[in-house]
Design a protein around this ligand. Structure first.
Ligand SMILES: Cc1cc2nc3c(=O)[nH]c(=O)nc-3n(C[C@H](O)[C@H](O)[C@H](O)COP(=O)(O)O)c2cc1C
Length: 223
């Protein structure tokens, strides 16, 4: 597979087939992604991989916490800017509208939206659920490194015919994730990552999100 094929065929999948993923493939993806560049070669990423009963235990612990309204203390970092300027607000709303339209969830249908939100914590039924963390003492530079590592995981998954969905939703229930996976207090839960074989016939998996033209964010100096 060409790099460009991996990049263009990667998209966030939200319906997975139950088919198991070979552990050797997961190990290959992780060990190859580990070649990611990082500032000073710090390699600050930490990864927790759950499968089988461990994956189910993590999911049910979070869903139980949601049902019991144990939502505090919440996320430890800002997933979004504190205030949205119009351009970013429009992008976020557009993708939300497109996704919920495909899901058949109408505007204002809070129960439908809550149902979809819950699916995050079952890793959208993917057999493999990963959690990415970084030490609390690390700075912005190391968060960039973790983002690069995350992207490498997602792209390498494509080479094995697998799909992914990165999930910041897990950061909101970091207290439960921490408890279930024995994650030390000195680490921040960045996000989850669902990994598995996507169901190509599932309607939500057909969402091809839009991108701004490169002129919107690229400034050239070529004379
Ligand atoms: C760090 C990160 C966190 C995300 N968290 C979630 C999430 O919690 N739930 C979800 O359904 N999608 C999540 N997404 C997926 C984004 O909605 C998606 O990447 C974006 O809409 C672009 O679509 P694409 O990934 O299909 O290209 C996340 C993406 C990133 C990069």
């Amino acid at each position: 597979m060409r790099v460009s094929e991996a990049v263009t065929s990667r998209r966030s999948m939200r319906v997975f087939k139950p088919d198991p993923v070979a552990k050797a493939d997961i190990e290959w993806i992780i060990s190859t992604a580990n070649r990611a560049a990082s500032n000073g070669n710090l390699q600050p990423w930490k990864l927790y991989v759950t499968m089988g009963k461990a994956r189910l235990r993590l999911s049910s612990a979070i869903l139980k916490a949601i049902d019991a309204n144990e939502t505090a203390p919440g996320g430890e970092y800002d997933v979004y800017p504190k205030e949205f300027t119009p351009v970013y607000d429009a992008r976020r709303k557009l993708v939300g509208k497109q996704l919920y339209t495909l899901l058949g969830v109408q505007r204002g249908d809070t129960a439908g939206m809550a149902k979809q939100f819950r699916k995050n914590f079952d890793f959208f039924d993917a057999p493999v659920g990963m959690i990415l963390t970084v030490e609390r003492r690390m700075g912005n530079g190391q968060w960039i490194d973790c983002g690069i590592f995350l992207d490498q995981l997602m792209l390498l998954a494509r080479e094995k015919g697998l799909h992914t969905c990165p999930q910041a939703a897990f950061s909101r229930f970091q207290h439960v994730v921490r408890r279930e996976l024995n994650i030390p207090d000195d680490q921040v839960v960045i996000c989850g990552l669902a990994l598995g074989y996507a169901d190509p016939d599932a309607i939500p998996n057909n969402l091809i999100t839009e991108r701004a033209p490169i002129g919107d964010f690229t400034t050239w100096f070529d004379e």
